[in-house]
Design a binder for this molecule. Structure first.
Ligand SMILES: *Cc1c(COP(=O)(O)O)cnc(C)c1O
Length: 379
């Protein structure tokens, strides 16, 4: 096969990244601190448009871990988390020796279901204890039910860790995702809407909490001329080289969002006439998705048996990457021992859902290749 591989989502550079990286070399700031780290944090703070404070870290996973630590999650605590997600949302709960309590999705946004969330809280309080935190995720850029989840969190006084790893640029009622939680998490992994080659950030509500995050991210050093420690620390700070890439990427973030939405529109058009295929979209105009990935649901009863695997394999045969939606965490061998509250929405999303190539750098020719496979699969 000599056609170029079409990826789900690949890095898309803007042009200024090398300038910022070069600056780091020129000034010899090849370290996990320096002007790019400070500059990238400031760029993010002004982008998010709220009174928030951002700590740049080595990954989104590190940000989730530090968020849990700052929320006081520790051994034997319980943390409520949506089951339909990336395993990186859940692993840090285990790092802390805590227990994940998995919650099903609702069908409108595909994210944490408020009904099962509240049921789970009441049941945990009855049989065990009050959970220490809620992790809600904006999957594929789609905001979760912000108001419903916040109302439950407030009612039971449980803080929210907002996993916005996939949703930089998304908004709800005009407010940027990443700023709704007691802490927010961003990721700049290679496949995200912008990348630093690898990196993440923790969004905090105060300067003090940001500083505390940086303290833990830099080995938890007490004030002293020598290395003095009263707490366990981590090596989680972002490198000044990576932050340079991030500063360049911030210049093109809005454009990347526009291009991802263009890909979403391309798919809406493509599947318009195809019975049994639904392009997943925002429930109403309060929601604005960056459409990091466009996802579809295929109902094989309405498509004469064509299912998500039929399409995935047909795309794969043409060197085009697509991927089932996240397999629910409560069905993963590594997590199957933990409690689950819900029905089968997340399972259905996994069984029938497919993520389609959605990169901001896809060419017209590549879109035509995708369209050709879709049309011949559903002819
Ligand atoms: C990518 C991702 C993460 C982890 O971010 P990394 O930077 O890859 O560690 C966490 N949660 C979700 C939902 C993600 O998509």
């Amino acid at each position: 096969m000599n056609t170029k591989k079409i990826w789900l989502s690949s890095p898309h550079l803007g042009g200024s990244e090398q300038k910022f990286v070069q600056e780091a070399f020129d000034t010899n700031w090849i370290a996990p601190l320096g002007s790019n780290v400070d500059g990238f944090e400031m760029d993010l703070e002004s982008y998010l448009e709220k009174e928030i404070h951002v700590a740049a870290l080595s990954s989104g996973t590190a940000a989730i871990h530090l968020g849990l630590i700052l929320l006081g999650v520790t051994k034997n605590d319980e943390v409520l988390v949506q089951t339909h997600t990336h395993n990186a949302t859940v692993n840090p709960i285990i790092y802390q020796g805590a227990t994940p309590i998995f919650i099903d999705s609702e069908i409108e946004t595909g994210n944490i279901c408020p009904v099962y969330l509240e049921k789970a809280i009441l049941h945990r309080i009855a049989v065990s204890k009050k959970p220490k935190a809620i992790i809600a995720v904006h999957l594929y850029g789609m905001p979760y039910k912000i108001e419903e989840i916040r109302a439950i969190a407030n009612k039971y006084e449980i803080p929210i860790l907002e996993d916005s790893a996939e949703a930089l640029g998304s908004t709800f009622k005009g407010q940027k995702c990443g700023t709704f939680g007691d802490f927010g998490v961003l990721s700049f992994n290679g496949n995200k809407i912008i990348t630093t080659s690898g990196g993440g950030a923790l969004v905090a509500n105060s300067k003090k909490l940001k500083e505390k995050a940086i303290f833990y991210a830099t080995q938890a050093r007490d004030q002293a001329p020598h290395y003095q420690h009263s707490e366990i620390g981590y090596n989680y700070r972002m490198s000044n080289i990576c932050a340079g890439i991030g500063r360049g990427q911030m210049e093109v973030l809005d454009n990347h969002v526009a291009l991802r939405i263009k890909m979403h529109n391309f798919y809406e058009n493509l599947f318009k006439e195809i019975n049994g295929v639904t392009v997943f979209k925002t429930p109403n105009s309060d929601y604005f998705s960056n459409y990091w990935l466009t996802t579809i649901l295929i109902d094989p009863i309405l498509t004469d048996g064509i299912n998500r695997e039929t399409l995935r394999l047909a795309l794969d045969a043409e060197n085009i990457e697509s991927r089932p939606l996240w397999k629910p965490m409560h069905l993963q061998p590594v997590f199957e021992e933990y409690p689950y509250y819900g029905a089968t929405v997340a399972e259905m999303l996994f069984e029938n859902g497919l993520c389609l190539p959605s990169g901001s750098n896809l060419t017209e020719n590549e879109c035509e290749r995708i369209a050709k496979v879709v049309k011949s699969t559903f002819k």
